[in-house]
Design a protein around this ligand. Sequence first.
Ligand SMILES: C=C(O[C@@H]1C=C(C(=O)O)C=C[C@H]1O)C(=O)O
Length: 370
Amino acid sequence: MSDAAPPGDPGEATREKLAPLRDEIDALDEKIVGLLNARARVVVKVGEVKRAGGEDVPIYAPDREQAVLEKVRKLNHGPLPDRCLEAVWRELMSGSFALERPLRIGYLGPAGSFSHLAAVSKFGQSVEYDELSDFPAIFDAVARGHADYGLIPIENSTHGGVTASLDCFLESGVPVCAEILLPIHHNLLSRVPLERIKTVYSHPQVLGQCQRWLTAQLPHAKRLDAASSSQAARIVAENPSESAAIGSTLASQLYRLPVLFDNIEDNPNNTTRFSIIGRQSPRPTGEDKTALVFTTEHRAGALTDVLNVFRDHGLNLTRLAERPSQRMNWEYYFFIDLLGHAEEPEVKAALDEARGHCLQLKVLGSFPRA
Ligand SMILES: C=C(O[C@@H]1C=C(C(=O)O)C=C[C@H]1O)C(=O)O
C-alpha cells in the first residue's frame, strides 16, 4: 500500500500551509460581512428618506448606480478584475432595493428568455420578477404600477430593430430610464439528434440571428415563430419528438432540453440593447442618452431640417430608426437616440428648435449610457 494521500486530500504538508491562509480569509470575511451590513443600514435610512419623499422619488436610481459602479472601478487596483467587483456590487444594489422597497420587474416571459437574463443582469436576485406575455402587457403593467420597471428589447446588432417594441413607445407615456447591452449567445435545444429535427421554433428575431447556421445545418427544417425564445423551449419540451428550439442556456436548464449546439448565432459579437421603462426619469450623469420620436410634414427636406438642428448643436446621434405611421401610407415616425440629457442646455435648446420642424416630437426619456 502507498502512503500517498487519497485523491481529493491535499496531504498533511499542504494542509498545514493552507490553514493560516484560510484563517486570514475567515477574519477578512468577518470584516466584510460587518461592512456590508453597515452599508445596508445606511441603505435602510436612504429608503426611509425616499419613502417619506413620496411616490415620485425613485427607489432605483440609474444615475446613482452609474456613479457607484464608476467609483468602485476607480477604487479597484486588483488583483480582482473590475467585472468581478461589478457583479458583487450589482447584487449588493439588488439587496438595497429589497431593503428600501421590494421592486417588481416585468419582462417578456416565460422564464428563461433573453429579457429575463437582461433583467437579472441589471436587477439581481433580490427583486421580484413578473413574466409577461407581450410588450403591450409590459408597458401596461408599468403604467398601472403593477410593475416598477419593465424590460423592452430595442435592437439587435445583427438583426436590427425590434419593431413591435417601437410601436409600443408611440402609444405609451412610460419613459425610458436606463438601458442594458446584453451579449446574446444562442443554443440549439432539443431532445432528439440533429437528423431527426423537422421543426425549429424561436422568436423571429432569434431565427433571424441564426439564419446562416440554420441554412447550413438544418436546410430542410421548418422555422416557426414563437412569442419568445423561452416560449419556444416550452413548446419543444411539451412536444419533443421532431423539434428543436433556439434559446438561452437558462431555458435549456428550466425546460430540461439538452444543448445540441452552442454559439450558433451568425455573428459572435451578437448583442441586444434593452430599454428599461419606469415611471420616473433619472438625473443627468454627464454620460447620458436621450431617446425621442417625431413626425414631420410630407415634403422634401423635412427630415433633413430636423437632423440639421442636432448637427448645428453638435449633438451626436447614436440611432435613427423609422416606423410607418399607421395613419397614412408613406408617412413615418422617426426614432432618434442622441448623446446628452434633455435637461442639459444644449440638448434642451436643440429639442425646442427641432419641435419647430416637426408635426409632433416626444421625448421618450434621458438615461445613463450603457
Ligand atoms: C441606496 C440607494 O438606492 C439604490 C441602491 C444603490 C446602492 O445600493 O448603492 C444605489 C442607487 C439606487 O438604485 C440610493 O439611491 O442611493
